[in-house]
Design a protein around this ligand. Structure first.
Ligand code: 1CP
Length: 333
């Protein structure tokens, strides 16, 4: 069995297997070349030959134990009918933003475009066919809460927009979360059926919620996804910034593993629950002895648990390739 699947089945592997969040991307010259060739990020995502190549590049270069599907969490709002643009400098944009609109009406009137996701599922098929047997293909999607924050604000980082909508119109917001949850479960099921061997749910904006909001908008929809697809393949949950609510998240969602951000500690998690993480991306950017110390500390922290080595968040695009090589070398000796 490939090492990552061993760990997800609650067995320790020594040294732990490794992959990195955002392992495909702009820090790789071969990725920049491919993106240029495709014309833009969304074109790259929707051209299966090229997206498969982007998925495989980091595994080929560094020998990571997993490939993660080259796609983005924002393709789900795109399939729900919002327009999506990835500029070359500023972050991605969804239009029109839902903030300020009547959510029940906007949702009712939105043109569903599920066919937009078909090329992405085709990428999954191609990657699995090309990937060596000892490497695992990971599918993914955004957590419904995080996806909703982008749909409301039209861009990243403005969580207040979603919190306000949820407070002012709990019924409309719940309809939005349910729509996202259903499409996400279907999309993940399609990825699994076509070759993804495990999936990760990225809830990047799960921090800074009230206790009630976290329960309602993070835990509950995640549990619903796990209930729908969790028997098909293991689910890794990544509630970034969950802090002291991490244990409740793990227990109540039923995820098979939790991905920890660089500030998270495993206190309160069951001893045999697989964990993933949590090297500080800034230590990877710094490199040298600071990186060695960080890798050693993370390995020591999770020595007694089933553990997949990863970052606490995505790789910074200024990260030198030599630093990634050093991390793998430090791990495998
Ligand atoms: O060419 C480019 O423009 C590169 C930038 C890029 C890349 C490589 C974006 C824009 N998305 C991606 C791919 C991507 N995104 C992957 C693929 C595989 C891999 O990990 O190698 C994954 C898993 C994601 C997930 C994603 N997209 C998240 C969750 C993880 C996280 O970083 O918190 C989020 C929040 C996004 C939205 C997004 N897409 C891209 C950017 C720059 C952002 C963040 C925007 C913002 O919040 O302002």
């Amino acid at each position: 069995m490939p090492p990552i699947l061993e760990v997800l089945a609650r067995r320790r592997v020594d040294p732990p297997p490794v992959w990195l969040m955002r392992q495909a991307g702009r820090y790789l010259p071969e990725y920049r070349e491919l993106r240029e060739r495709a014309g833009g990020f969304l074109d790259l995502v929707c051209t299966p030959d090229l997206a498969a190549e982007a998925t495989l590049q980091p595994v080929r270069r560094f020998g990571f134990d997993a490939a993660i599907l080259f796609s983005d969490i924002l393709v789900v709002p795109w399939a729900l009918g919002q327009e999506l643009a990835f500029g070359s400098e500023e972050g991605p944009r969804l239009s029109p933003p839902l903030a300020g609109q009547s959510l029940p009406l906007a949702l009712f009137a939105m043109a569903n475009r599920p066919e937009r996701l078909k090329p992405i599922v085709e990428t999954v098929r191609q990657v699995r066919a090309a990937l060596p047997e000892d490497k695992v293909l990971l599918g993914f999607a955004g957590g419904p809460w995080t996806v909703a924050t982008y749909m409301l604000a039209g861009e990243g980082g403005r969580v207040e927009e979603a919190r306000l909508a949820a407070l002012k119109d709990p019924f409309g917001f719940r309809m939005l979360i349910e729509r996202i949850t259903n499409v996400t479960a279907g999309f993940l099921a399609a990825q699994i059926v076509h070759g993804a061997q495990a999936v990760q749910i990225f809830d990047s904006w799960a921090g800074q919620l009230s206790v009630a909001e976290f329960e309602r908008w993070v835990i509950r929809p995640t549990r619903q996804i796990v209930e729908t697809i969790g028997h098909l393949a293991p689910v890794i949950g990544f509630p970034r910034g969950a802090g002291s609510r991490l244990a409740a998240y793990a227990r109540e969602t039923g995820v098979h593993a939790v991905a920890l951000d660089e500030g998270a500690v495993p206190d309160g998690l069951p001893d045999d629950l697989p964990v993933q993480g949590n090297v500080d991306p800034l230590a990877l950017l710094a490199g040298g002895e600071a990186l060695d110390r960080e890798v050693d500390a993370v390995l020591a922290r999770f020595r007694d648990r089933p553990h997949i080595l990863n970052l606490g968040h995505g790789i910074d695009k200024a990260t030198p390739i030599a630093h990634v090589e050093r991390l793998v070398q430090r791990l495998r000796g």
